[in-house]
Design a protein around this ligand. Sequence first.
Ligand code: GUN
Length: 287
Amino acid sequence: MSNIIDGKAMAAALVEETAIAAAKFNDAHGIKPGLAVVLVGEDPASAVYVRNKVKQATNAGLNSIEHRLPADTSQQTLNQLVDDLNNDAKVHGILVQLPLPEHLDEEHIIQAIDPAKDVDGFHPLNAGALATGQQALVPCTPLGCLIMLQRTLGDLSGKHAVVIGRSNIVGKPMAALLLQANCTVTTVHSRTQDIVGICSQADIIVAAVGRANFVQADWVKTGAVVIDVGINAIEQDGKRKLVGDVDFAQVAPKAAAITPVPGGVGPMTIACLMKNTLTAANQQMQS
Ligand code: GUN
């Protein structure tokens, strides 16, 4: 049997589960859960991500509302749009695609989104709620990684998980989720001494550093489960290719299970955005 974790298939299953729950929500409230996606500017990678998010929203039985703004949009105009979406009862989730053009203040926009509609889980109130074990909207990428780990390994209690990277979007919330799942968690980063020694003790490795083929075979214990969050564009034989943070060809033979790039974490991230929108919609109806 293959040891490759099929992120596409797991994401399709999660989207289907969400679609069933979204239909129930529609029956109960006479409205579909609504997701507003805001894209500012013309960044090609962001445009692809947004297109995929809008497409999956339809598959998940959500109402998706796309707002495209020009690259020279002012902070005031973006603030006004977020404010309008915060006050729109048809919108249960708001996602402002990052990165924003340089003249716009990302922190300000993240904090302007109503925490109840913050389906990215980036607002400090949601980050704090996750860190203290309270009800929170959880960032989609680490949530997707956790679901993949649980669907691969079952109970994660007592496993030593090493998270490589300490970003607010992936590393920190990933460590919080693994701790909540009763793992022993180590976060390693650019200043860590002996990364290789620490990683080679791990039962679970989550790599989120943004460096192509960073994790090598001698970093990985035989039988470890490896989750690769990286999406790095490299040139190989004159062609552009996407690779992860893990040297897949070298590491895969040692791992009990490993996610590929593409087709691993990426589809699960989008599926979790749909799940979060449904969660946000249900919570808004209860409050
Ligand atoms: N840009 C890349 N990943 C993400 C994400 O998960 N959310 C948002 N809002 N922007 C992103």
